[in-house]
Design a binder for this molecule. Structure first.
Ligand code: AP5
Length: 218
């Protein structure tokens, strides 16, 4: 199964995509996480992505698509993938369609998590993420059990440098201009499932599973 999570910055794509991947035993590919890991490791890819991430704009398509296709070629991706933060524009969506087609595969469903801008700002300004495994937390909505430490791996929690008000505004601008057109792109081929992203993480998670079950068994 191949699922895409679509939504504005802070909509909860990372939070929900990780749960869906775990429940359905699929591989979770999050391009933002791959760039941040590369940056932490000081690799060439990380250094190339750094300035784009800091500015809140998209990295070059060629670099991003190459990184995703390489990850997709690993044997653990055979049974399916949950994409999070990819594709981010039409060029990336078409490249993904082509790569899957070449293997007689296709995207099954696209989950679009819809959240108000006011809520996005609240979520992003209180977000902390794990330096090691990238798990997201929130200072009030989903705090870690031990302050500053990841529940899953014990890694250090930090605030992303692009979670400043200025960078969030830029990321939203980029989202409306470049990523939001993908909502129509996938709706036109009958793959879009729109989910209300308001409410708690568990409530949104339940809506996602209901939407997925309804679409798979209908
Ligand atoms: P990326 O890391 O993908 O950032 P983003 O799209 O801006 O999305 P976020 O990670 O900010 O939000 P999310 O929807 O995953 O929310 P989360 O679950 O964390 O990209 C960063 C940068 O990398 C880009 O700007 C670009 O430069 C580059 N990049 C990445 N992909 C690229 C691509 N394909 N092409 C080119 N460049 C690319 O949740 C947010 C917060 O809310 C958390 O604190 C969470 O705990 C909390 N929360 C979640 N759900 C709920 C809920 N229901 N109720 C209350 N709180 C909640």
């Amino acid at each position: 199964m191949y699922i895409i999570f679509l939504g504005a910055p802070g909509a909860g794509k990372g939070t929900q995509a990780a749960n869906v991947a775990r429940e359905l035993r699929l591989v979770h590919i999050a391009t933002g996480d791959l760039f941040r890991q590369a940056l932490e490791q000081g690799t060439e890819l990380g250094l190339k992505a750094k300035s784009y991430m800091e500015k809140g704009v998209l990295g070059p398509d060629e670099l991003t698509i190459g990184m995703v296709l390489e990850r997709m070629s690993a044997p653990d991706c055979e049974l399916g993938i949950v994409f999070d933060g990819f594709p981010r524009n039409l060029v990336q969506a078409e490249a993904l369609d082509k790569a899957l087609q070449e293997q007689d595969k296709a995207i099954d469903k696209v989950l679009y998590i819809k959240v108000s801008e006011e809520e996005l700002l609240k979520r992003l300004s209180g977000r902390l993420i794990c330096r090691q495994c990238q798990t997201p937390y929130h200072i009030t909505n989903s705090p870690p059990r031990v302050w500053g430490k990841c529940d899953k791996c014990g890694g250090e929690l930090y605030q992303r440098p692009d979670d400043t008000v200025e960078s969030i505004r830029k990321r939203l601008e980029v989202y409306y201009a470049e990523t939001a057109p993908l909502i129509d792109y996938y709706a036109q081929v009958g793959k879009l499932l729109e989910v209300d992203g308001g409410g708690s993480v568990d409530e949104v998670g339940r809506r996602i599973f209901v939407a997925l079950q309804g679409s798979v068994y209908s």
